[in-house]
Design a protein around this ligand. Structure first.
Ligand SMILES: [Zn+2]
Length: 458
């Protein structure tokens, strides 16, 4: 049974019983390139959706795109660009980054500007029910004093110093310090839409609940996002939806999942500290599977401290595993696969750890100890066992969407290795050694094995 930690009940909960799950994850605010902290959240939920699918669930995975927001308007003004155009450019950049990272499990992407009527309608319901009030020349605000459950998710109702991502709109005329904007009246030069609320644009939090209500209805199964969005963003979402629909907090979202922070060299990423790494920067140095591996080797709720050392280690790691799988397959050379009897499957226990709140670090640790216990005796394995081991490892990495290194060896090098083997069998050791040196000089390592020479790029 799959159990997942719910940030609202603060304990592990069984997955809802039905086989169709509705998953919503907060998408990016498209005013800049996404960084590796964002990548952590999106890689994790991509894996999560694929894992659920592998367990027989049908996952309707929805993600919003915040393409209208204060940050976008500010950046556009700095660059003398149209805000909506700037947002469209960074939306494209986001989709490109996700494609390179193999993040492709999202069913629907929903840009906020496509849902203005729904956003306005939900705001109107909040006004009619007495949860919202107007500040002239400013906008419509949610009155947090009207919601007795406000603060239930995050354990607080006021902003703290670390809330740099989640912002509360400031206005001296607010009824409560924590009240947040639902609709902002238009200012000169800003994008605006004419609605019954007055000309303006949506607040940040209401985009999500208008979009989820449109696709899923007032209640759904799983809401995900970075832990830094818990307050006020997710708290505000809950307040809006339960107030607009008259439901209980537990009826809005069954399980709240939050991914931990990503630090770089032990510190919070910031441009002034020069430790800010965009996905693009990362990909200039390492292939995408290294980021997936690093993210998924950490437990999703734990903080993750990125260093280049970790990336180097992951790269070596992956090479070793790719080489081990190649060796296992070499044990099958010349044997037709269907002639082999089935060896018992061995991946069940390795993947069991995932049922316990997606304990990916344990799954990786179990896989690594499985590999290291067989690395030495690889050439003594029976072919059926070697085949099962190779399948176990390949299945594992397929589930994580991580491609194992599978380098092509040029025919010329293969031929030289065969010749070398021939010299060795004929005890012509001087010639054999000379060829070995030549092969190594061309950038390949070569190992003599009972199955013939084994080659791998150095
Ligand atoms: Zn959101």
């Amino acid at each position: 049974m799959i159990q997942i930690y719910d940030s609202l009940s603060r304990q592990k909960e069984p997955l809802p019983e039905q086989k169709k799950l509705r998953l919503f994850v907060c998408g990016p605010t498209v005013y800049d390139y996404s960084h590796i902290g964002h990548a952590r959240t999106y890689i994790f939920f991509d894996f999560f959706a694929k894992y659920l699918q592998s367990r027989g669930y049908e996952v309707n995975y929805l993600q919003n795109i915040t393409n209208i927001d204060d940050k976008i308007i500010r950046r556009a003004a700095e660059e003398n660009k149209d805000p909506l155009k700037l947002a469209a450019e960074f939306t494209d950049a986001y989709f490109n980054d996700m494609a390179v990272l193999g993040v492709d499990a999202v069913t629907h992407y929903a840009p906020a500007t496509d849902f203005i009527p729904q956003i306005a309608a939900q705001t109107e319901r909040l006004i009619e029910k007495g949860f919202a009030y107007k500040i002239d020349g400013d906008g419509w605000y949610f009155d947090i004093a009207k919601d007795p459950d406000y603060g239930k998710l995050s354990g607080r109702t006021v902003e703290q110093a670390e809330d740099s991502v989640s912002r509360i709109d400031e206005s001296v005329s607010k009824r409560n310090k924590g009240d947040f904007a639902l609709w902002k009246f238009s200012k000169p030069g800003e994008p605006s839409w004419n609605t019954r609320l007055g000309a303006g644009r949506p607040g940040w939090h209401i985009e999500d609940t208008a979009i989820t209500e449109y696709y899923f209805g007032p209640g759904y199964d799983i809401h995900g996002g970075g832990a830094d969005l818990k307050f006020p963003h997710h708290e505000a979402e809950m307040a809006q939806q339960i107030s607009a629909s008259g439901i209980k907090p537990e009826e809005f979202v069954k399980i709240w999942m939050h991914t931990g922070a990503l630090l770089v060299d032990g510190k919070k990423m910031s441009k002034s500290l020069r430790n800010f790494i965009t996905i693009r920067d990362f990909l200039k140095k390492y292939p995408p599977e290294i980021l997936r591996l690093l993210v998924l080797k950490h437990h999703y709720r734990s903080p993750m401290d990125y260093t280049d050392g970790l990336a180097e280690e992951a790269k070596t790691n992956l090479q070793d595993i790719g080489m081990f799988v190649r060796k296992l397959k070499k044990m099958l050379n010349g044997i037709e696969s269907r002639q082999l009897p089935m060896a018992p499957a061995s991946d069940g226990s390795i993947l069991d750890a995932l049922e316990d709140d997606l304990n990916t670090p344990k799954a990786f640790a179990d896989l690594y100890s499985f590999i290291s216990s067989h690395q030495k005796d690889v050439w003594n394995l029976d072919a059926p066992v070697a085949r099962t081991y190779a399948q176990t490892i390949e299945h594992f990495f397929e589930l994580f969407s991580i491609a194992l290194p599978n380098p092509q060896i040029p025919e010329k090098i293969e031929k030289m290795a065969e010749e070398m083997e021939q010299f060795r069998t004929n005890k012509q050791f001087a010639q054999s050694d000379a060829l070995r040196k030549e092969i190594e000089g061309l950038g390949y390592m070569i190992e003599n094995t009972p199955r013939g020479p084994f080659l791998w790029p150095k």
